[in-house]
Design a protein around this ligand. Structure first.
Ligand code: F6R
Length: 608
């Protein structure tokens, strides 16, 4: 949460930093700032509000000259969004300026100690402690001071440091928060994520925990905590700049929804060979797979919802018991697992703090960890025993869509892979599923081509106050996702319920005109769902049903219906999620909300 960027080169730093920060705004957007060395001193400009406010304050950077600097876009954790709490934070004398992504957990103790020694603090942030500590420990060598500080701070951080005494360099370090180094020609960069630097270079270093970088315009040195040089491998980014641009769409979310058929195709096709699922990238052996007695799935938010789908699918198909946990709960509940447990970790960013902590806990307890990750080289990907990448490409909108769909696709691939090895499917069933999986992208396209119907439905309901999403089994898993999508980007209150559970309390909230979205795609549960639809209609609800083309009987019960193509029950979530995403998108658009950057949120949640 928060994006940082740093530049050392020959051109004016401020415009470079501003355009980098623009690409990182998805990580936080409640304030922004820059610190630049102007030849005499470090000058700081920062402001509460979107990056645009900082642009205006500095005349697009023209008012703050200099060829080296650091920038920050903030998602507030310690101290409300304000000019003073914005980063960079500077030390008492102004010698050090610091940008930070993460949380310094012991900042209060450190702050108290420094205050007793007469250091005056101006902000409420944990980051200011780092700036003040640097000055406190500084005896003429910045790297020494950084190492002293790192020995004392607890928590997660990606830090960029500018010091007036060495104005030709930025010192940077990370632990449990992402940071990359961009290698240019006569210019070098640090950044929280690749899109920030992609317009200037495609060669990067991915930093590991506690690697310290000394970045100058013509050199990049990486050291460990003992100040020994570390050899880094250059990674070349080969995705297109346009992959991280809107490409003619009004919002990233619209573009990413439309990209889903391609993203699923890109994820599935390389793993299908001769009618079988092949994972060249994993080292899990058939013996290990046969020895698993339990699977845990751990993730947050929408990735957790993929886990809920996976629980139904994996249990039904492989007959291995599956538990699915929200990562922030898993890590503190002393889960019972060991060498006979597979822990499946799902994350788009590969940096989510709770998911990463859950992964580490699972490893500590001796489980085999397999992650499904979108961002190549991210911490979760690096630390898992095996990783299966989703090939969704960069996802910029805060609300996930194409990453979610590719995660689902990997769940199907993995299910078939495990079932094949365990012999829990007949050859005919297996071949049938492979065929269905291959046909998914085309069916997704057909739904997207019908998006005008969803737009019409959104126009009927965009001003409702409450929405309930109900479904059974896999449709319940989809209700969770549909409800989250709607509430996070349109700010309409919504809840998801297992359809049979509604009458145990929540149905008392249903009144005349309450919108209930009833997912009824699962044939064997269709009649049960229709009973639940009747229950809410009797209490005055307006029902929008989502079902497959072959279940037209729904028209007798629901007020409005959206049809998706038929396919095997297990893969219907890949289809039913699309109208739910589109509904949330259009409702949010009609309400005039900031679709790609909803309030209070950030894309990459690197704090607990
Ligand atoms: C919702 C959404 C979030 C993420 C969650 C996990 O649209 O995007 O709920 O799914 O924050 O993030 P990752 O997948 O990066 O671990």
């Amino acid at each position: 949460m928060c994006g940082i960027v740093g530049y050392a080169g020959e051109v004016q730093a401020a415009p470079v930093l501003l355009s980098g920060l623009e690409k990182l705004e998805y990580r936080g957007y409640d304030s922004a700032g820059m610190a630049i060395y102007d030849g005499e001193a470090i000058r700081v400009a920062k402001a509460k509000g979107r990056l645009q406010v900082l642009r205006e304050l500095t005349s697009d950077g023209a008012l703050i000259p200099g060829v080296i600097g650091i920038g920050h876009t903030r998602w507030a954790t310690h101290g409300a969004p304000s000019d003073i709490n914005s980063h960079p934070q500077v030390s008492d004398s102004g010698k050090f300026a610091v940008v930070h992504n993460g949380i310094i957990e012991n900042y209060l103790q450190l702050k108290e100690k420094l205050m007793k020694k007469g250091v005056a603090f101006v902000s409420e942030t944990d980051t200011e402690v780092v700036a003040q500590l640097l000055e406190y420990y500084y005896k003429g060598d910045i790297v020494d001071a950084v190492i002293q500080v790192l020995r004392r701070v607890e928590g997660s951080y990606a830090l960029g440091v500018l010091c007036e005494d060495a104005p030709d360099q930025i010192v940077a370090v990370r632990k449990d928060s992402p940071l990359i180094v961009g290698l240019g020609n006569g210019e070098n960069f640090i950044a929280s994520d690749v899109p920030a630097i992609l317009s200037r270079t495609r060669d990067i270093y991915r930093l590991n925990d506690n690697e310290i970088v000394i970045l100058k315009k013509n050199s990049v040195q990486v050291l460990n905590m003992d100040k020994e040089p570390v050899e880094k491998e250059v990674s070349h980014i080969d995705w297109d700049v346009s992959a991280a641009e809107k490409g003619g769409y009004e919002h990233f979310m619209a573009k990413e929804i439309m990209e889903q058929p391609k993203a699923v195709r890109d994820t599935v096709s390389p793993r299908l060979r001769g009618g079988r699922v092949v994972f060249d990238e994993i080292s899990l052996t058939p013996e290990q797979i046969r020895a698993f007695r339990k699977i845990y799935i751990v993730a947050c938010g929408s990735a957790y919802h993929v886990g809920v789908v996976a629980k139904y699918v994996l249990e039904q198909t492989t007959r291995i018991p599956v538990e699915v946990d929200v990562a922030s709960e898993f890590r503190y509940r002393q889960p019972i697992l060991g060498a006979d447990t597979l822990v499946l970790v799902i994350s788009q960013s590969g940096e989510t703090a709770d998911t990463l902590a859950a992964l580490r806990e699972a490893k500590r307890l001796g489980a085999y960890t397999l992650s499904i990750v979108n961002v190549v080289g991210s911490t979760i990907a690096n630390e898992s025993d095996d990783v299966i990448y989703t090939w969704a490409g960069p996802e910029i909108a805060v609300a996930t869509t194409k990453a979610y769909s590719t995660q689902l696709a990997v769940v199907y691939l993995l299910t078939l892979y495990l079932a094949d090895l365990l012999g829990t499917l007949t050859p005919q069933q297996y071949a049938g599923y492979i065929e269905e999986l291959t046909a998914l992208p085309e069916k997704m396209e057909a739904i997207l081509n019908n998006r005008a119907i969803i737009q019409y439905l959104a126009s009927k309901f965009f001003n409702v106050r409450d929405v309930f999403f109900i479904g059974r089994n896999l449709d319940y898993a989809m209700s969770l996702e549909g409800s989250l999508k709607l509430k996070e980007i349109s700010y309409i209150h919504s809840d998801a319920y297992a359809a049979g559970e509604l009458k145990h309390g929540t149905i008392s909230l249903v009144e005349d005109g309450t919108l209930v979205v009833a997912l009824a795609t699962q044939k064997r549960l269709f009649d049960k769902m229709m009973s639940n639809v009747r229950e809410v209609k009797t209490r005055g609800a307006v029902v929008l049903g989502v079902t497959t083309s072959s279940q037209r009987q729904i028209e007798k019960e629901a007020d409005y219906v959206f049809y998706i193509p038929d396919c095997c029950p297990m893969m219907l979530p890949s289809l039913s999620v699309i109208p739910l995403q589109l509904f949330a998108y259009y409702v949010s658009s009609m309400k005039g909300c900031d679709i790609d950057k909803p309030r209070n949120l950030a894309k990459s949640v690197t704090v607990e």
